[in-house]
Design a protein around this ligand. Structure first.
Ligand code: 8OZ
Length: 359
């Protein structure tokens, strides 16, 4: 029977197992938002995962919204990522980079020239943003002009080309978790009256343009996409998420992507707290390979793959704390617990010092 240990082909990427490392922001990039030797070690340690999805990586200077997140828009960042991909490949692994633009989830202190962050509409998120000076209130973003969108699409294309030049096996377009593309998709953050707002077709337009352009640039079989239909993270919601995302995944079928990666519910929250959404319906509409994510353990992940709810499962916290998660699952070995105080701080602590089974 097909299970978590069965091989899987995602477009052009051959996985030896279906245990995927979820994208995880870790805030440990070096000067210039460049991956460091520690980044190399962290990903190398996790190379036995079927596929590594990197932490979200800003595609251009304006895409940044958090301190110390490694970008993919400068030569130094590309060189840093190249050492990461080489190490993962030498260790027998596969790695795709998550391409990220935060949109309004930023602050002038994190923007080039202290500029106002951009978004589909000039709506200020409720909450606070982590800056180099500590937590600060969000500001009201500047609504992007329609005439600026082709340059934005071009930034995704350039970042995808940079990623391929840096040795990645593919890219995942981050269109979830309340960041820029999700701000266009969901009705609470998109109040535009042009061709990019209003109807679900219009709200999905920018994502579909990005996907078309990135697929044309690097090949559809190296492109995946992340969606999170109901997470309220970053002050976002949709008046009718089922209608919006049924439409979006139906349109994704046109591209024959390598994979679709869906964050169910809310990251970190228990299923009882998730807003209602029918993921089986997405599975039925979407014709390609589906990765599901959020709170799976070995038993529930096995059940999802064996029962056909998903082709693969993305594990975040479990792979963060267990670099050899695949082997632990295979042996039924106990798991290390993540140190939640070190998710976004601590350099090597809580990052590269989680023990392997043999240790
Ligand atoms: C947690 C902290 C910072 C960023 C996401 C990129 O939710 C993130 C993120 C998560 O997709």
């Amino acid at each position: 029977m097909t299970d978590l240990f069965s091989p899987l082909r995602l477009g052009a990427i051959d996985l030896p197992n279906r245990i995927v490392m979820s994208s995880l922001t870790r805030n440990r990039a070096g000067a210039g938002n460049v991956p460091t030797d520690l980044t190399v070690e962290y990903y190398r340690q996790r190379a036995s995962a079927g596929l590594i999805l990197t932490e979200a990586s800003p595609i251009c200077p304006e895409a940044h919204g958090y301190p110390r997140t490694p970008g993919i828009h400068t030569a130094e960042q590309m060189a840093g990522w190249k050492t990461v991909t080489a190490a993962v490949h030498a260790a027998g692994g596969r790695i795709a980079i998550q391409l990220w633009h935060v949109g309004r989830i930023s602050h002038p202190d994190l923007q080039p020239g202290g500029a106002t962050p951009v978004a589909p509409s000039a709506l200020c998120p409720v909450g606070q943003v982590m800056t180099f000076k500590g937590m600060q209130e969000y500001v009201t973003p500047r609504a992007l002009e329609a005439a600026e969108l082709p340059a934005l699409v071009a930034s995704y294309v350039q970042a995808a080309k940079n990623a391929m030049a840096a040795g990645f096996d593919g890219v995942e377009i981050h269109a979830g978790n309340g960041y820029l593309l999700d701000q266009f998709l969901r009705s609470s953050t998109n109040q535009r009256s042009d061709a990019y707002g209003g109807s679900k077709e219009n709200r999905a337009r920018l994502l579909l343009e990005v996907l078309a352009a990135v697929c044309a640039a690097i090949g559809n079989n190296r492109v995946g996409v992340r969606l999170s239909p109901v997470t309220p993270f970053n002050d976002i919601s949709d008046a009718n998420p089922q209608e919006t995302f049924d439409y979006v995944v139906g349109e994704l079928n046109r591209f024959d992507l390598a994979f679709l990666d869906v964050l169910q519910g809310t990251g970190g929250a228990a299923p009882e707290q998730w807003l209602p959404f029918d993921y089986a319906r997405l599975r039925a509409i979407y014709k390609g390979k589906l990765i599901l994510n959020n709170g799976y353990d070995f038993a529930t992940g096995q059940a999802a793959v064996q029962g056909g709810a998903a082709d693969a499962i993305a594990y975040g916290r479990a792979l963060l704390a267990n670099p050899d998660l695949v082997e632990r699952f295979r042996r039924g070995a106990p798991l290390n617990q993540p140190d939640y105080t070190k998710l976004y701080v601590g350099e090597e602590k809580g990052y590269t010092d989680y023990p392997f089974l043999a240790d």
